[in-house]
Ligand binder design. Structure first.
Ligand SMILES: [Zn+2]
Length: 176
């Protein structure tokens, strides 16, 4: 992990340099989050101006894969995320700003190869329509840092009937 002065200051301001309560599970050190101190930071509990972080700063904070997905609206290969098989109790947080978005109780096995959820913590996501495929899709992103998370489809289970199809690399998991 590169930890220059700017990263350290930003991390401290975000309250992120605290004893870790959990870490992203990974088999590949290169894919490990550069923000190794993983802790949920709920809305209203960060004094960082997330929307003011520049593209270069995001590049320093994130792994290449996280950057491509969160900041460039990329999509990971199906089945590529360890979080597909994550079944423990806990919370899935934005890999960019650590906002807790999906309680583990909202996760279900959609069989698609992407971590899937039928709902999200209220007030944590923003939505817009994209046309990257021929048909319109509803894209959603972290409301705090603007990081792209995934797309929502209307073929999910009860009680919402919705499927939030999320990139695993855009999330970190913090066990309860
Ligand atoms: Zn975020």
């Amino acid at each position: 992990m590169r930890l220059d002065r700017r990263t350290l200051i930003a991390g401290t301001a975000a309250g992120l340099v605290l004893p870790a309560v959990g870490c992203a599970r990974t088999n590949d050190a290169d894919e490990e989050s550069k923000m190794t101190e993983v802790k949920p930071v709920p809305l209203g509990e960060s004094d960082v101006d997330w929307k003011a972080i520049t593209e270069d700063e995001w590049r320093e904070r994130l792994t290449d894969k996280q950057f491509r997905i969160l900041r460039k609206e990329g999509t990971e290969w199906a089945g590529s995320s360890d979080l597909n098989d994550e079944k423990r109790e806990g919370v899935f947080i934005c890999a960019g700003c650590h906002l807790p978005i999906f309680p583990s109780s909202y996760k279900y096995n959609s069989g698609t190869g992407w971590p899937s959820f039928f709902d999200y913590a209220e007030g944590t996501l923003g939505f817009k329509t994209d046309y990257k495929l021929i048909y319109p899709r509803k894209e959603y992103h972290c409301i705090r840092c603007g990081g792209h998370q995934g797309h929502v489809f209307k073929d999910g289970p009860d009680p919402t009937g919705l499927r939030y199809c999320n990139n695993g690399a855009a999330l970190l998991f913090v066990p309860a």
